[in-house]
Write a protein that binds this ligand. Structure first.
Ligand code: FAD
Length: 314
């Protein structure tokens, strides 16, 4: 079922989850354990992130340097297929512009469709230290809005090449948004205008970057509505669990942490995980009371904490 249908039909709060494929060379078993922990919570859908290749340089025996590219976390499509078909939980496959040609994206979307996956989150991706050289006969999506347009074209049966008896695809498309502004955008206002382009290109719903201060989400939604964006805006939450994250989260995700949370963790460094869990529970409570369409959790390596939080609202 499509994300937008889950939202429209929901009679109780929706709790969705985002998981990350294991690093190359590792088994998918750990991820299956994560899904088994989430399954009893009846997730309406689970997102699986996608990762483009990164470049690294290797010194050869003759002293020369060789550039190699590696996809560190492969397997998004396969993992979505397992969750969708073995666990019967709807999945949202993340699909990126950067690192993929439109031709590769079309093939990936056809594969997802074969597997019965009906949802994608269309993202630009972050510039990796590897910029793929496009073959002259290939084309690329530059912004997420371009990718949304490609998916919507495929939904109308418009493939890149003339295909004999091709069936239209049928994807629900989500896009990302940043209550504290995308780091490259000159202003939040401009960023919201660009978000609107994604919705005008056909996005059905929006999921936000993590935030730790609900006021920022509420203000953002208000600005989006004033700008004419009407689709559901699902808040994204992450549980903070350690003192080093006080530095790494703002650095990696370009967001601020509220003084009250920072003070509480600094005063109780040995109880950082408990403070973080309590904080996310309170955020969830307030968001649900405000009538959000659902809460989306960035699970990463912390499925048991997330499951405990969600159980407390069931
Ligand atoms: P876009 O919407 O394309 O925007 C990127 C920047 O360009 C913004 O500053 C925007 O304001 C600006 N912009 C947009 N359109 C235009 C235009 N026409 N002209 C000028 N400027 C424009 N990354 C991954 O690699 N894999 C994942 O699985 C993944 N999952 C994510 C899930 C969520 C919910 C979120 C919030 C982020 C995720 N990311 C993921 C990170 C994301 O790829 C980065 O944040 C990336 O830098 C921006 O992606 P976007 O889709 O928001 O880009």
């Amino acid at each position: 079922m499509k994300v937008i249908e889950h939202i429209e039909r929901a009679r109780e709060p929706l709790f969705s989850y985002e998981i990350v494929p294991p690093p190359r060379g590792r088994s998918v078993k750990d991820l299956v354990d994560v899904v088994e922990t989430l399954a009893p919570l009846n997730p309406p859908w689970i997102d699986v992130t996608s990762h483009s290749s990164t470049a690294y340089y290797q010194e050869k025996l003759d002293g020369s340097i060789q550039k190699r590219t590696l996809k560190k976390r492969p397997g998004t499509i396969g993992i979505c297929g397992v969750i969708q078909n073995r666990f019967r939980i709807d999945t949202v496959a993340h699909v990126l512009c950067l690192g993929f040609s439109r031709e590769e994206t079309e093939d990936a979307l056809i594969e997802l469709s074969f597997l019965g996956i009906e949802n994608v989150l269309a993202l630009r991706g972050d510039s990796p230290n590897f910029q793929k050289q496009l073959r002259p006969d290939r084309t690329a999506n530059h912004y997420a809005a371009d990718l949304v347009g490609q998916v919507k074209d495929l939904n109308q049966g418009k493939f890149l090449d003339e295909l004999d008896k091709a069936q239209p695809l049928n994807f629900c498309v989500g896009v990302a948004a940043y209550p504290e502004k995308h780091f490259e955008a000159a202003s939040l206002k401009l960023d919201i205008q660009n978000l609107k382009r994604k919705v005008e290109a056909g996005a059905d719903y929006i999921v936000t970057q993590m935030f730790f201060d609900n006021k920022k989400y509420f203000a953002f939604v208000e600005q989006c509505r004033a700008a004419g964006i009407t689709v559901p805006i699902i808040p994204g939450l992450k549980v903070l669990k350690s003192v080093p994250q006080l530095k790494s989260i703002p650095k990696n995700f370009y967001i601020d942490l509220p003084d009250a949370l920072v003070d509480e963790i600094t005063e109780n460094p040995n109880h950082a995980a408990e403070v973080g869990e309590r904080w996310t529970r309170r955020q969830t409570e307030e968001l649900l009371a405000a009538g959000v369409p659902g809460v989306h959790y960035y699970v990463l390596n912390d499925v048991h904490t997330v499951a405990r939080i969600v159980k407390s609202f069931k």
